[in-house]
Ligand binder design. Structure first.
Ligand code: SAM
Length: 260
């Protein structure tokens, strides 16, 4: 079976994957295959788990509440040598835009998403189950070999109190002194990084002042226009990918479909 005829359905399976082995499907996955995709025993899918690459698998058994995949062969090896994936710390947005941020950030290669609650934030809680499902779906669709973590929501001051100073925190600061983004991310290439984007109402001045005092914070600017928070997040991630991330890799490195 060549790359052209591989199945389009990809499933994140949180289990060890090895040729000849099996993987159990939980109720959600079984329902998705059976009721949504109308698949059944003998149909094929691609499976990945964030550690063992990607596998061609056939559906061995499928019921309403469970199923079994038989793993045939590896189709993609795990990616090695890629820069550490950036994190995105974002203030949740109204009207479905939080889900949109999750989907697009996953496509842009984020490693961890952290909803953060700030003084001017519009949204005080998030539906983590839904965001985690959005993240898995986006990872399956965009041919990632892993699925990013969605952390529990946290107050900004608590997040900063527990921050590992080895990870540079780029704060998208819509006002005040800030380095041009591309200059700042290029200087940090190869190091673990995170981006912090504020809510639609922006950061409160005290928050910005407190952030600027922290040794691991670098304030970055995204140009002279005020961007919506989602635009700011996607712009920051795209610039990082182009300057320091895996968009620098050429054909033959890790671009899909690059299969065994
Ligand atoms: N209410 C704020 C104001 O009028 O200045 C604008 C907030 S903006 C809609 C939402 C978030 O996007 C900001 O907190 C910031 O993190 C980021 N952002 C938007 N435009 C930016 C820019 N030009 N440079 C850096 N960050 C920006």
């Amino acid at each position: 079976m060549d790359a052209e005829s591989l199945p389009r359905t990809r499933l994140f399976i949180d289990q060890k994957l090895a040729p000849g082995g099996t993987a159990a499907l939980n109720g959600d996955r079984a329902h998705y295959l059976r009721a949504v995709l109308r698949q059944g025993p003998g149909d094929r899918v691609l499976a990945f788990n964030g550690a063992d690459g990607e596998y061609l698998a056939s559906i061995e058994a499928l019921s309403k509440s469970s199923g079994v995949l038989r793993l045939e062969r590896r189709t993609r090896a795990p990616v090695t040598g890629a820069p550490p994936a950036p994190w995105l710390i974002f203030a949740p947005l109204k009207g479905g835009r939080t889900e949109y941020v999750v989907e697009k950030a996953v496509e842009l290669g984020v490693g961890r998403l952290v909803p953060v609650f700030t003084r001017r934030g519009d949204v005080g809680r998030v539906n983590l189950d839904r965001l985690r499902a959005n993240a898995l779906e986006a990872a399956e669709q965009c041919e990632r070999l892993d699925a990013p973590e969605i952390a529990d929501g946290i107050e900004l001051h608590k997040l900063l109190a527990g921050w590992d100073p080895a990870r540079t925190l780029f704060v998208a600061a819509e006002s005040g002194a800030a380095a041009p983004l591309v200059t700042a991310v290029t200087a940090a290439a190869g190091r673990p990084v995170a981006f912090l984007v504020g809510p639609e109402g922006g950061f409160d001045q005290q928050e910005l002042d407190a952030l600027r005092r922290l040794p691991f914070v670098v304030s970055v600017g995204l140009g002279p226009r005020v961007l919506r928070a989602d635009t700011a997040a996607f712009s920051a991630l795209a610039v990082w990918q182009a300057a320091a991330g895996d968009w620098r890799l050429g054909d033959g490195d890790a671009r899909p479909p690059h299969r065994d």
